[in-house]
Design a protein around this ligand. Structure first.
Ligand code: UD1
Ligand code: UDP
Length: 395
């Protein structure tokens, strides 16, 4: 029998935890094949803990690194130094990282320095613009550069990896890298191959969570009003762009008396200071703390429109059939835009107000965006990733 594969899974923020939890559970379920070690940097604290609790994950290592209003330099060097000790101690066969956060970048660099193979989950997302999103575009480029296995969610992300020069060894010449046949080349597993189209684990997490029966009474929603759900936290929107978003909200609630805005405000003080100074105590604008993942999914499902600059929300909402307006000028997630259920509106006040107005007033326009599509996965991504790692490390 093959020896167990020792897989260290590293994550630290809310979205990484949501998207890595299904993979952790899948690997743990296959305990004859995998020895799983979970390492949380706790780049986020409260927003991470609620996800760990939901998925019943008790980390083996909790670095507890979050500091109030932390900066990129301090966090990056803390993660490098702390993960070094753990990697040297446990000597995993593979380190799995996720996405584009400082945790993903610094822990993959650390594993590379320790000469440990790296698997990058949600590899290949790109805007090809180094400043948007900042610093995530460069975090994911660097994580991809040092990774050995790239689990790309979509055909577009496979192509981005190839364009980024992650070619080298990635399957037979002429082979369709986006084909459904993920593991085999000419009937066998190609251990040289580096890119796999797997779907996104976010859909595994969403399907696990939306079936829960969640009571939203604690938010005190008015049943006679349509909900517009808002989230915003991106660094490049700090300052004027976030102020524009808040000004747009003020105009929207003034113009449309049949809606209420529900805004779970991210814990980053750069977000909270602006949002509370602009939107506190405004009629039909509910500023609440970040919601736990299960109630947040229930609220997305109940919303009429979602306004967001979040990556994860752009991937989840299309599955729930809720139109999404993205408060950014560029996105690394073009698939849902191509399907028609997500539109980029940027942070220009007039554009936000007019597009929300059109969605509220023009039923045909609303219906054209309200479709349940699932371009990001089928709920089986974690299983696929586990199968690939197993095949890659089996003797
Ligand atoms: C981080 C990620 C971003 C991701 C986002 C998801 C980086 C550079 N940024 O941004 O890619 O989209 O998470 O939400 O990796 N805070 C708390 N409690 C929490 C979480 C945050 O108090 O549970 C506050 C702290 O003051 C912390 C600050 O928010 O210092 C910023 O957290 P940080 O992870 O550095 O940045 P985010 O904006 O959350
Ligand atoms: N989310 C949540 N509670 C909230 C807001 C968002 O659980 O109050 C979830 C959301 O469903 C998605 C993830 O958090 O899965 C997205 O996180 P965030 O927007 O912070 O980061 P991004 O995806 O932009 O990196």
């Amino acid at each position: 029998m093959d020896k167990k594969i020792k897989a260290a899974v590293v994550f630290g923020t809310r979205p990484e935890a949501i998207k890595m939890a299904p993979l952790v559970l899948e690997l743990k379920n296959r305990d004859k094949e995998f020895d799983v070690i979970t390492i949380v940097t706790a780049q986020h604290r409260q927003m991470l803990d609620q996800v760990l609790e939901l998925f019943n994950i008790v980390p083996d290592y909790d670095l507890n690194l979050m500091k109030p209003n932390q900066n990129l330099w301090g966090l990056t060097s803390d993660i490098l130094l702390e993960t070094k000790k753990i990697f040297e101690d446990i000597k995993p066969d593979i380190v799995l990282v996720h996405g584009d956060t400082t945790t993903a970048f610094a822990s993959s660099l650390s594993a590379f320095y320790a000469r440990i193979p790296i698997g990058h989950v949600e590899a290949g997302l790109r805007t090809f613009n180094k400043d948007y999103p900042f610093p995530e575009e460069i975090n994911r480029v660097l994580a991809d550069a040092v990774s050995d296995l790239h689990f790309a969610p979509t055909e577009g992300s496979v192509k981005n990896l190839l364009e980024s020069g992650i070619k080298g060894i990635c399957g037979s010449e002429g082979e369709d890298l986006c084909s459904a046949n993920l593991c085999s080349t000419n009937g066998g597993f190609d251990k040289q191959r580096r890119i796999y189209k797997t779907g996104n684990t976010v859909i595994d997490a969403l399907l696990y969570t939306v079936k829960k029966d969640i009571d939203l009474d604690f938010i005190d929603l008015n049943p006679n009003l349509k909900i517009i759900l808002l989230t915003s936290h991106r660094r490049e929107n700090f300052g004027k762009p976030l102020e524009n978003i808040c000004d747009a909200i003020l105009e929207i609630v003034q113009k449309h008396k049949d809606i209420e805005i529900v805004y779970p405000v991210h814990l980053n003080p750069n977000v909270r200071n602006t949002v509370f100074s602009k939107l506190q105590n405004i009629d039909r604008v509910k500023l609440i703390d970040p919601l736990d993942y299960a109630p947040f999914c229930a609220l997305m499902k109940r919303s009429h429109i979602i306004l967001t600059d979040s990556g994860g929300v752009q991937e989840e909402a299309p599955s729930l059939g809720v139109p999404v307006l993205v408060l950014r000028d560029e996105t690394e997630r073009p698939e849902a835009v191509d399907c028609g259920c997500v539109k980029l509106v940027g942070t220009d006040k007039e554009k936000i107000v007019s597009t929300v107005g059109k969605l509220l007033d023009d039923r045909d326009f609303y219906n054209s965006m309200k479709m349940a599509v699932n371009p990001y996965g089928d709920g089986l991504t974690s299983k696929r990733i586990a199968d690939i790692i197993k095949a890659r490390f089996s003797s």
